[in-house]
Design a binder for this molecule. Sequence first.
Ligand code: FAD
Length: 445
Amino acid sequence: MKYDIVVIGGGTAGYVAGSILARKGKKVLVIEKEKFGGVCVNFGCVPSIFLFDVTFLLNRFKEIAYYLGLDGEIEYKDLLFSKRNEIINYLSNAGRRLIEDSGGETELGEAEIISRSEVKVNKRIVEFDKLIIATGSKPLIPNIDGIEDAISEDDAVNLNSIPSSMVVIGGGYAGVEIAQIYSRLGSQVTLLSRSEILPTFPEDIRSVVKDSLEFDGVNVVENTRIVKLRDGKVITEKGEIEGNVIVYATGRRPQLPKGIEKLGLEINECGIIVDKYKQIRDNVYAIGDVIDKERKTAHSAMFDALVASLHILKETTFIPPDNFKIPVVLYTDPQVGVIGDHKEAKKFSVFPFAATTRAIINGIKDGYVKIGINERNEIVFGEVIGDKAEDLINILTLVVNNRMRIESLALMPFVHPSLSEAIVNAAKGFFDLDVDRYKSKDGKT
Ligand SMILES: Cc1cc2nc3c(=O)[nH]c(=O)nc-3n(C[C@H](O)[C@H](O)[C@H](O)COP(=O)(O)OP(=O)(O)OC[C@H]3O[C@@H](n4cnc5c(N)ncnc54)[C@H](O)[C@@H]3O)c2cc1C
């Protein structure tokens, strides 16, 4: 059987590319060896954000109960994991359905590359004109004596009970999110990081997130080296910590299909090297976590899938710029959104949510927007900490990727009252026009 396009991997990148190409009339086969939907749906974003949302609401409930002097507990634990599994199942099937409803074919089985024009799956040989490798990534297992007693970040969000204690190894975004979720669900959590937590994030974000973790009762131990794991204990140079469950969240490595060497690709430890169209050679593309990139996220995988699909379709209307920035969100409380590189910015302006009318109406006291500009007054960096960061950072993504000038943003008539007014006010701050600042009690962030 011959296809126009074979996609290996039915995760976020694979099902998006497969659906687009099938919808545009190509004969497409998407092969998935485990679960359609991949990591994001089954082991990543979906279970972790579901658990995050539950803990966020529980915390707000506790705050309200405290202010109103109410007693009582909510019984939610039985429902928690069954509801999570229900959502995962629905979305996992949805990934497969999207491809099929678009006219593509799907197959469950492990694909192996046989030659530059053939793959093998379930003992049959499938020919292709073009191949898309979308095989994702796997957790990196750290080289620590006794690590086989620990579970990965993928497994941590799929536990079916709440451990009484947990040690999380790794202070990147996955480790930080897992630590806060389980601490809020009632586990005694220690977070171990070999450097400071969130080392690639700006200083102010590191400090806000660390304070919030500690406020929730997480024992954050930074700049520590783990010696070994023994009998449910993590032995570090600074002492021993017991954990009912030990989790490693120490980064990810590309997951390469068998036979990949037959394609003669350039691959480093972070992934396959591709050009700006995600192309490797005339008939081979790679997209998503399997490619070499700094931040492996689902929205970046979707972007790769779109770019590669448009290139295959010879759609010249859409040309990705060379230096497109991808936002990143930390699903912590407070939420954090970042776009661009703070080191590219020469000047910054910060505007607190507390000085917006919307925040005053809703009783929001914390959080802020920060904007960074270069010497040409182009906006090159944006940061949101607090409520709705996941949405507000999308506005700054538009701004940064279009290299908008700060004068233009400062003039934008954003809706009043809205939290996003903090964005235009941060822009106005560069010209001392952010008069709203004095609505907050002290005008401080
Ligand atoms: C705990 C956690 C939380 C996360 N939270 C977020 C978040 O909030 N937001 C966000 O944007 N990102 C988040 N991510 C990252 C996100 O999940 C990944 O970036 C995304 O899943 C990458 O998609 P992908 O399609 O490239 O790879 P994957 O989702 O890994 O899919 C690859 C698929 O290929 C299949 N496959 C591999 N080899 C073969 C083969 N030989 N034959 C057939 N099939 C094969 C695999 O089984 C897999 O299903 C999170 C990740 C984790 C672990």
